[in-house]
Design a protein. Sequence first.
Length: 136
Amino acid sequence: MLKIADSAFDLVLSDFRMPGMNGLELLRRIRTGQTPRPKDSRFIILTSFPNTEALGAVMSLDVNGSLVKSIRIGVVMEKIERAIQENFQLRAQEVYESVVTDLPSLEEAQRQADASRWRACRLPIKSNSAHRNTCL
């Protein structure tokens, strides 16, 4: 959290999954004034798995954009541009405080994504020289 306080920047780009807290909780803390960042800081969230429950929380916290991995630089630049130009009005702090950010479905979705990646890493793929087990 100290790193976010020490820098001047126009936008926060955060992953859903981070050590110590998830991106939803970081956004909730910004919107409720629990960080040195302005409450109306522009915020884009990055995820590797779309999730209906998380989408509801993201919308309730007035996120300015979202990106699903894997990402393309052109899409990222477009989202950043839109987020910075977007006009939005913050809601009452109580609205943001009531948003639940500790979502069990996020943990389950992450476990499934991790298991899926593990299975993909065990698939043999062709290389130019020979068949070998390589992570996709």
